[in-house]
Design a binder for this molecule. Structure first.
Ligand code: AMP
Ligand code: MG
Length: 501
């Protein structure tokens, strides 16, 4: 057992805590120290995320950083705080929520002249806050491993997301449906501000604070909105528009890669258009447009094919929250209006790249894509495996490997004929190259995460680390690792992931 380190966790030379969120003042948060988990141990770390913070491998092997990221507070210059926000949960106004088990350590900024920008580090599972309501302020190992791996996987897939620096485990018992153990994830993003932060100040009629928050977000994250001449030179309408476009593109990427978020409440929507708050998410196995990945989502509000619509609903809530600042309903609607076309353009672009047809903008593309999705759905074809095999087919592989995935083989043959005609217009090899960089071999399927979690509960973290390696470069072949790219086992269909985490 390691002694608690009293040693300060060191930053690299020139790196310092900037803590811009804290400058908003105490109406926006409560400052408090994290409540560390006892006797912490490393479960996994991301070297890639560490390097964004100027931290080298030695930091993530050190006792001092282990204790810092477990919540022991040995970070000089950090200003830990829990922020307050509200939100709509499952379509219903839930009132005040807030960081109930998350704590912003602060924002780490690089030395002057460095090309990187400041990034916030947030601990999740670091104890009670004034916003914990009925919760215990803790996160369990199971969901912490899922969040850690999925954050890094999504980044490697090119999907905007919060990042993850570490998962730290502890034997501290935490009670959910059954006794589990605690963990702390350190996650990283330019900002953790959510739609719900705006809803909080708007719907409680604290309009000066609402304006302060909007100005903060524009100044630090959407500087181009300040002097935009669009939307009657209204910077708040420009902000709503910019968030609308980013959110549309993010969701288009979810749909293209087969990612189901599971809890798209407005408090789980990032103002930066990042995927945030990984809970009962799932990468589709068999393609089922109506798939519901969240066991607690009885009505299917957040089913896979509803995500684009729900994102718009959430943006509408953000628009309502910003209305007192925008001052004109027509202007707010005009800022939201491009959602549909931004989404459709981004989705079509993603799907064209998946088909290796990126440079073509043929009218027939959309029918080809629509017909394919219907064929995949009717035949319940494994989504990730289909695209990877199609990529190899485009590079001259055997069509039977793809054809065999379909019950309706004549239906697939008809589609393949249309697709092959388009492929012929593209220089040999180009399509396959693009497809192999667009269609991942490895995604974080539920059963892979479950296996890694089962081993981790026995203190064997090797599978978590193996998965991280594969998911960090999901487009590479990784010879010898094909088992991780295979069909899910039959028991995967019985995995039930709920909001409980
Ligand atoms: P989530 O469903 O994880 O997005 O959480 C919704 C709200 O509940 C947020 O305000 C969380 O901070 C809070 N929350 C979730 N789990 C806990 C917990 N174990 N302890 C305290 N607050 C929690
Ligand atoms: Mg949340």
């Amino acid at each position: 057992m390691l002694p608690i380190s009293t040693e300060r966790a060191q930053l690299e030379p020139g790196w310092h805590w900037a803590n811009r969120f804290a400058t908003l003042g105490p109406d926006f948060f409560t400052e408090l120290a994290p409540q560390a988990v006892p006797q912490p141990y490393w479960v996994a770390t991301s070297g890639a995320t560490a390097s964004l913070l100027g931290l080298g491998a030695q930091a993530l092997a050190s006792n001092a950083w282990l204790h810092a990221l477990a919540g022991h507070g040995n970070l000089e210059g950090a200003r830990p705080l829990a922020s307050v926000y509200s939100g709509h949960q499952f379509g219903v106004w839930a009132g005040q929520l807030g960081d109930g088990r998350a704590l912003l350590l602060g924002e780490l900024a690089p030395p002057p002249g460095h090309s990187a920008s400041g990034l916030e580090i947030q601990l999740k599972g670091s104890g009670l806050t004034p916003y914990s309501r009925m919760g215990d302020g803790r996160a369990v190992l199971r969901s912490s491993i899922r969040e850690f791996l999925c954050s890094e996987a999504m980044h490697a897939l090119g999907v905007p997301t919060t990042r993850a620096l570490s998962v730290i485990g502890s034997d501290l018992p935490v009670y959910r449906e059954e006794p589990e153990t605690a963990a702390v994830v350190a996650r990283v993003a330019p900002s953790f501000i959510r739609f719900g932060h705006f809803e909080h100040f708007s719907f409680s009629n604290q309009l000066d604070l609402l304006r302060q928050l909007a100005d903060h977000v524009i100044d630090h994250h959407y500087a181009e909105c300040r002097d935009s001449t669009r939307f009657a030179s209204n910077p708040f309408a420009a902000l709503l528009h910019a968030v609308t476009v980013r959110t549309a593109r993010m969701v288009a990427q979810w749909q293209a890669v087969g990612f189901c978020h599971g809890v798209m409440n407005t408090d789980n929507m990032s103002i930066l258009g990042l995927t945030i708050d990984y809970g009962p998410f799932q990468f589709l196995d068999a393609f089922d447009p109506g798939h519901i990945c969240n066991h607690s989502d009885h009505s299917g509000r957040y089913a896979f094919n509803r995500q684009p619509q729900v994102a718009y609903w959430n943006l509408f809530c953000l628009g309502q929250a910003l209305l007192p600042l925008i001052g004109d309903q027509d202007l707010a609607m005009a800022a939201l209006e491009p959602y549909k076309s931004s989404y459709a353009d981004a989705f079509a672009g993603q799907m064209r790249a998946k088909l290796g047809l990126a440079d073509l903008t043929l009218e027939s593309d959309s029918a080809l894509i629509e017909d394919l999705l219907q064929l995949l759905a009717r035949n319940r074809v494994d989504y990730t495996i289909f695209w990877r095999r199609l990529s190899h087919l485009a590079g001259g592989g055997d069509p039977a490997t793809v054809r065999d995935l379909f019950g309706d083989r004549p239906g697939f043959d008809t589609w393949l004929l249309r697709y092959s005609e388009l492929l012929r217009l593209i220089p040999q090899g180009m399509a396959a190259d693009l497809m192999l960089k667009t269609n991942p071999k490895f995604v974080l399927r539920n059963h892979l995460a479950e296996n890694a979690i089962a081993a981790a509960k026995q203190k064997d973290f090797s599978l978590v680390r193996t998965l991280l390696t594969l998911l960090e470069s999901p487009f590479d072949e990784h010879p010898g690792m094909d088992a991780y790219a295979d069909f899910p086992p039959a028991w995967a269909a019985g995995i039930a992931i709920s909001c409980s985490s």
